[in-house]
Ligand binder design. Structure first.
Ligand SMILES: NC(=O)C1=CN([C@@H]2O[C@H](COP(=O)(O)OP(=O)(O)OC[C@H]3O[C@@H](n4cnc5c(N)ncnc54)[C@H](OP(=O)(O)O)[C@@H]3O)[C@@H](O)[C@H]2O)C=CC1
Ligand SMILES: O=C([O-])CC(=O)C(=O)O
Length: 266
């Protein structure tokens, strides 16, 4: 197996988990050669981790996306935001870099999604939508291939994780309430970095316009509880995932990268 090169865009909490996993030996088929983030110190923090691990190669702190693209990485890990994914996807694919992304909400824009698919195909590159804080893409995709089906996504969060969103009110600290009902496109428009999972599940099944999404705020609730349900005339599948923190999303990138180079593919 030849070594694949990686670069990371968006050097926050999840990028740190992925970098630490690489340093700890979970990604032996990869070298992390570049990091870029809105705040350059954060990119430097990631690059320094790799340098300090004496990995025998250089990880560059990039001052712009163009600088990162110039490194011609085989894979770009996107752990920034749906907006940043929108800005980098087409230039990265045209550059010959495949993408592993957590900000799947970017693909709620169906025109953009179609353009990304066409560009990846033209450039012999791929976009990997990681399972993130959920799972079950296999069953969602399989059931939707078999014929008509319906799919719903419900998420439960604590009020503190809704602060700085349009639905937040102090009363949520004491009252349990449904704070959102709509489709996956409407959900990601209202919560741009909190329901990437709903868009991901919709793309794996009925599409962002047809996925019914709801969100409940529960006082004192810690973490996220996601329930995805897909129903057809033959199959009824329920996928429940509770996570106390978003760490599972970082590890899902590690899992996807391992799958890419593994002789056995899940
Ligand atoms: N699919 C899933 O299950 C999940 C997906 N996510 C997605 O992953 C992303 C990362 O999560 P997390 O690590 O917790 O978030 P953090 O806020 O810890 O890290 C994101 C980093 O990306 C940087 N950033 C933001 N926008 C840009 C941009 N346009 N260009 C370059 N850098 C940028 C931020 O910079 P600065 O420091 O300057 O703010 C920050 O350092 C989330 O925004 C969300 O979209 C998260 C959880 C689950
Ligand atoms: O962490 C989660 O449960 C989900 C999340 O932030 C996202 O999908 O963007």
């Amino acid at each position: 197996m030849t070594i694949k090169t990686l670069a990371i865009v968006g050097c926050g909490k999840l990028a740190t988990i992925i970098t630490d996993a690489l340093i700890e030996g979970f990604l032996p088929d990869y070298q992390l050669i570049g990091a870029f983030s809105r705040t350059v110190e954060k990119a430097k923090h990631i690059a320094d981790k790799v340098q300090n691990a004496e990995s025998g190669y250089t990880c560059a702190t990039c001052n712009s996306l163009d600088e990162l693209l110039a490194l011609k990485p085989d894979y770009i890990i996107e752990t920034a935001s749906p907006d940043s994914m929108k800005a980098l996807a087409l230039p990265a694919l045209r550059n010959g870099s495949s993408i592993v992304t957590l900000s799947i909400g970017a693909f709620a824009d169906t025109e953009f999604y179609a353009e990304v698919k066409a560009t990846a195909r033209e450039n012999n590159t791929r976009v990997h939508l990681v399972s993130g804080a959920i799972g079950g893409f296999d069953v969602l995709r399989t059931v939707s291939l078999m014929g008509d089906c319906t799919a719903t996504f419900h998420t439960e969060k604590g009020p503190n994780s809704l602060k700085n969103t349009a639905v937040y009110e102090e009363s949520l600290q004491t009252e349990k309430r449904k704070v959102f009902e709509g489709n996956a496109q409407e959900a990601i428009a209202l919560f741009p970095t909190r329901v990437n999972v709903a868009v991901a599940a919709s793309l794996a099944s009925v599409g962002p316009e047809n996925m019914k999404v709801s969100m409940t705020s529960t006082p004192g609730f810690t973490g996220d509880e996601h329930r995805i349900e897909v129903k057809s005339d033959q199959v009824h599948a329920v996928i429940d995932v509770y996570s106390a923190t978003a760490q599972i999303a970082g590890w899902s990138v590690v899992n996807t990268l391992r799958n890419i180079t593994s002789p056995i593919v899940f």
